[in-house]
Unconditional design. Structure first.
Length: 708
C-alpha cells in the first residue's frame, strides 16, 4: 500500500475515533458553558476556514494561470463563494453586531448550510470527472459567473424578506434544514464513493488527499447537524473539522492541479532526455551520447594530457546478425542484442563505457590506456567474450563479433572522425572476414568503393551485365553428369569480372538480390529448357537462393509462374538454400512445403558451416545436402574434416537424403568420397563453371565418360 493510501485510511480512522471520543466524553464536554470562550474559539476556527477557502480561491486565481485546469478553476470559483458565505456565517454567528443585525443566528446557520451545500455539490461535480486544461479566457468567465451567483444568493439572503426562516414557521423550516443537511452529508459521502470507485483509474496521491478532506467535511457536517448533540460544542467542533477539511482541500487541489502536472511534465522531460541519449532496447547510452563523451574526452585530452594516456573506441558488430534476425524473428533478434549488451556490460571496468550504436552495433570506449597495443589487447578480450554461446529462449547460439578500433590521439581529429573511422574499420574487418581491425586511412577508400559498387549493381540488370556459368555435377556411381549448378557472374564495364562473393552480399543488403535472383531463376530455367528442346538428355539445374529471396512469401508463386512460362518440368530444378535460412523452423517449413509442392528439389548448400542443427533438418522437406567445400578441401590432410565429411554422409544416408560433395579438386578426395558412398560431386576436377555455349560443347555434346 502506498503511503498516501495509508494516510487516507488513517484520516478515516482518526475521524471516526474523534467522533467516538466526543460521544463518550459528551457529558463533561457538554459542561463547558463558558459562552465567551466558545464564541472566541468559534471566531478563530471560522477565520481559519475563511483563510483556507480564500487560499483555495487565490491558488486558482493568482498562480500559474497559464497552466490552469478545469478542476483548479472550478474549485477556485467554488471556494470564492464558500469563503464569502463562511465569512458571513462566522461574523453573524459570533454576533459581530453590524452583520448580526442583518442576519440573525438562525439565518446564519442557513448561510452555513448554503455554503456547505455548495461545497458538497461543487466537489462532487468537479472531482467526479477527468481534469482538463482550460484557457485563461475560461478563467475570467468562471470567476465572473461564480461572482454573479454569489451576489444573487447574497441579495436573496440579505434582502429577501422571510427567505431565510427564523420566524414563526420555525418547525417547518427546521425539518427542511434537516433534510438539506442530510443531503449535504450524503453528497460528501457519495463524492468519496465516486472518487474511490474501483473502476476509476489509479488514484493519484492528490485525489487521496481530497478524499481525506471529504471525510472531514462529512464529519463536520455530522457535528453541524447536531446529530449527537454535545451541546454548545457542536458547531465549534463542526467548524474545526471544516478547517481541517479546507486545509486538506487546499493541499489536495494544489497537488492535483499544480504539483502533479508539473511533476509529470518534469518526468516527461527526463524521459525525453533519456530517450534522446539512450537506446531503448538495451538501455545503453546511444550514439549521440557517445559523440558527447568523445568530445569531452578530446577537450580534456587535447594536447594537455601530460600523462600521455591513450583512448580508444572499439565499434563491435555482431556477425550475421541479419540472418539471425530474419530467420529467428525480431523478437529473438532483440533478445540477442540484450544478451550481448549484458555480457559486454559486465566486462566494463573503470575508465570504460559501453554504448549502443543502434541495430547490431555497440561501441566500447576505453580511456587511460598506456598505448595503442594495450587498446588492441583490450579489444581482443572483448572479442573473446563470445567464445561461449549466447542462450536465448529458443536455444543456444554461437555468435561472433567483428571489431573496428580507432585510437586517440592518432586516428581522428574530431569526435565524429574518430567514430566514423572506427565504423570504417569494423566494416573493413567484416569484409575481410577478420575479427579485429584498427583503422588505417586506406580503409576510407573501401567504404566509398562499396557505395559505388551498390550504385553500379543497381544498373547492372538494365545494362545486361550479368550472365550465368554452369558447373557440372557428377554421379559418382555412374560417372554421369546428372546436374549443373548455375552460378552468377557480373561483367562490369570498368572493373571487369566481379566475384559473386563480393557483390552478392551487397545485393543482399540493398535488396537488389530479389530482382537479380529472379533473373537468375528465369535465365537458368530457360537455358535448361533450351538444352532439353535441343535434344540433350534432361538434367537438373541447381539455382542458389539468397536469404531475402527465400523469405519472400510469394516465392513459390513466382517460381511456378516462371516454370509455367518456360514450360520446364519442375523436376529439373533444384533450389539451393543454406542452413541459416531454416533457423526459424516454422516459416522455413511452410516455405519449403510450398516449394516442394511445385515439384522442385531442395538442397542445403554449404552444409556444415552454418548452425548445423541436424535434428532440425530431420523433418524438413529437403532432398539433398551439399557438403561445404572447406571440408572437402582438407579431407586428406585433416582428420577432423575427414570425420566431418564421413559423419555428414552417413547421416544423410540415414535421413535418406542425397549427398553432394562440393569443391572436389583431386582424385584423392574423390576416392575418399567414394569410400564414404557420397552420391554426387562437383568441383574443378570435373569442370570449372563454364558459360552456356562452352558447357554445351564440353559436357552435353559428348556422351560423357570422364574416365575417373
Ligand atoms: P556456392 O553456392 O558454394 O558455389 C560454389 C562456389 O565454389 C562457386 O564460386 C564455384 O565457382 C566454386 N567452386 C566450384 N568448384 C570448386 C573447386 O573445386 N574448388 C574451389 N576452390 N572452388 C570451387 P562462385 O561462383 O564464385 O560463387 C560463390 C558463391 O556466390 C556461391 O557459393 C554462392 O553462395 C554465391 N552465388 C553464386 N551465384 C549465385 C546466385 O545466382 N544467387 C545467389 N543467391 N548466390 C550465388
Ligand atoms: Ca551453391
Ligand atoms: Ca556451396
Amino acid at each position: 500500500m502506498r503511503q498516501e493510501e495509508r494516510k487516507t485510511i488513517h484520516a478515516a480512522i482518526i475521524g471516526a475515533a474523534l467522533f467516538l471520543l466526543i460521544q463518550i466524553f459528551r457529558t463533561p464536554l457538554g459542561n463547558i458553558q463558558n459562552e465567551e470562550l466558545l464564541l472566541a474559539l468559534y471566531l478563530i476556527a471560522g477565520c481559519c476556514n475563511i483563510a483556507f477557502s480564500f487560499a483555495i480561491f487565490a491558488q486558482g486565481w493568482l498562480f500559474f494561470s497559464d497552466k490552469l485546469s478545469k478542476a483548479r478553476l472550478f474549485t477556485s470559483a467554488l471556494f470564492l463563494g464558500v469563503c464569502i458565505f463562511d465569512f458571513l456565517h462566522t461574523l453573524s454567528f459570533t454576533g459581530i453586531s453590524y452583520i448580526a443585525s442583518y442576519i440573525n443566528s438562525e439565518q446564519s446557520l442557513w448561510v452555513l448550510t448554503v455554503s456547505r451545500l455548495a461545497s458538497s455539490l461543487g466537489i462532487l461535480f468537479i472531482f467526479s470527472r477527468e481534469d482538463e486544461p482550460v484557457s485563461v479566457k475560461g478563467k475570467k468567465r468562471a470567476i465572473s459567473i461564480s461572482l454573479l451567483v454569489i451576489t444573487l444568493f447574497l441579495a436573496v439572503l440579505l434582502f429577501g424578506e422571510n427567505v431565510l426562516p427564523g420566524g414563526p414557521d420555525y418547525t417547518w423550516a427546521s425539518t427542511f434544514k434537516h433534510i438539506v443537511d442530510m443531503a449535504v452529508l450524503f453528497i460528501y459521502l457519495l463524492s468519496v464513493a465516486i472518487i474511490v470507485y474501483p473502476g476509476r483509474i489509479e488514484k493519484s496521491a492528490s485525489l487521496l488527499i481530497i478524499i481525506r478532506a471529504l471525510i472531514f467535511f462529512a464529519l463536520g457536517q455530522v457535528f453541524f447537524m447536531n446529530l449527537f448533540s454535545v451541546g454548545e460544542l457542536d458547531n465549534l467542533l463542526g467548524m474545526f473539522c471544516s478547517g481541517v477539511a479546507y486545509y486538506l482541500m487546499l493541499t489536495g487541489v494544489y497537488r492535483l492541479t499544480i504539483e502533479e502536472p508539473f511533476h509529470e511534465s518534469r518526468l516527461a522531460e527526463a524521459r525525453i532526455n533519456y530517450l534522446a541519449y539512450h537506446d531503448d532496447l538495451t538501455g545503453l547510452p546511444n550514439r549521440r551520447r557517445l559523440m558527447q563523451r568523445v568530445e569531452e574526452l578530446m577537450v580534456q585530452g587535447g594536447g594537455k594530457d601530460k600523462t600521455g594516456a591513450f583512448s580508444a573506441l572499439a565499434i563491435m558488430n555482431i556477425n550475421h546478425f541479419k540472418n539471425i534476425n530474419d530467420s529467428l524473428g525480431h523478437f529473438a533478434g532483440d533478445e540477442l542484442l540484450q544478451r550481448v549488451a549484458l555480457r559486454i556490460g559486465e566486462e566494463v571496468q573503470a575508465g570504460e563505457e559501453l554504448f549502443s550504436m543502434g541495430a547490431d552495433e555497440f561501441a566500447f570506449l576505453m580511456t587511460g590506456r598506456s598505448g595503442a597495443e594495450s587498446c588492441m589487447l583490450r579489444s581482443a578480450e572483448l572479442q573473446r567474450l563470445f567464445e561461449s554461446p549466447v542462450s536465448l529462449e529458443s536455444g543456444e547460439y554461437h555468435i561472433s563479433l567483428s571489431l573496428g578500433v580507432s585510437i586517440f590521439p592518432g586516428d581522428g581529429e574530431t569526435a565524429e572522425q574518430l567514430i566514423q573511422n572506427a565504423d570504417t574499420a569494423v566494416h573493413n574487418a567484416k569484409e575481410q572476414g577478420v575479427e579485429i581491425r584498427r583503422y588505417i586511412p586506406a580503409m576510407q577508400m573501401k567504404a566509398k568503393e562499396r557505395l559505388k559498387l551498390e550504385n553500379d549493381l543497381r544498373r547492372a540488370l538494365e545494362r545486361d551485365e550479368f550472365y550465368l556459368v554452369y558447373q557440372p555435377q557428377v554421379q559418382l556411381a555412374t560417372e554421369e553428369i546428372v546436374g549443373m549448378e548455375a552460378l552468377l557472374r557480373w561483367n562490369h564495364p570498368k572493373r571487369g569480372q566481379v566475384s559473386p562473393v563480393e557483390f552478392i552480399p551487397v545485393a543482399e543488403e540493398s535488396g537488389l538480390i530479389v530482382p537479380i535472383g529472379e533473373w537468375v531463376l528465369r535465365t537458368a530455367c530457360r537455358q535448361n529448357k533450351q538444352w532439353q528442346t535441343a535434344g540433350y538428355r534432361p538434367i537438373c539445374v541447381s539455382i542458389n537462393l539468397s536469404m531475402r529471396q527465400f523469405l519472400q512469401p510469394n516465392l513459390s508463386g513466382k517460381i511456378a509462374a516462371i516454370l509455367q512460362d518456360i514450360g520446364l518440368d519442375p523436376r529439373y530444378v533444384d533450389l539451393e538454400i543454406t542452413e541459416s535460412m531454416t533457423l526459424d523452423k516454422e516459416t522455413a517449413f511452410e516455405q519449403l512445403n510450398r516449394l516442394k509442392g511445385l515439384g522442385v528439389f531442395i538442397s542445403i548448400d554449404d552444409f556444415g558451416t552454418g548452425y548445423s542443427s541436424l535434428h532440425y533438418l530431420k523433418n524438413m522437406p529437403i532432398d539433398r545436402l551439399k557438403i561445404d567445400r572447406s571440408f572437402v578441401a582438407e579431407v586428406m590432410e585433416d582428420s577432423n574434416n575427414a570425420a566431418i565429411v564421413s559423419t555428414i554422409t552417413s547421416m544423410a544416408h540415414h535421413l535418406k537424403l542425397k549427398v553432394t560433395a562440393e569443391g572436389v579438386e583431386n582424385k584423392e578426395q574423390l576416392q575418399f568420397l567414394r569410400e564414404q558412398q557420397c552420391h554426387e560431386a562437383q568441383g574443378y576436377l570435373f569442370g570449372k563453371p563454364l558459360q552456356a555455349a562452352e558447357f554445351e560443347r564440353s559436357f552435353l555434346k559428348q556422351v560423357l565418360r570422364l574416365g575417373l
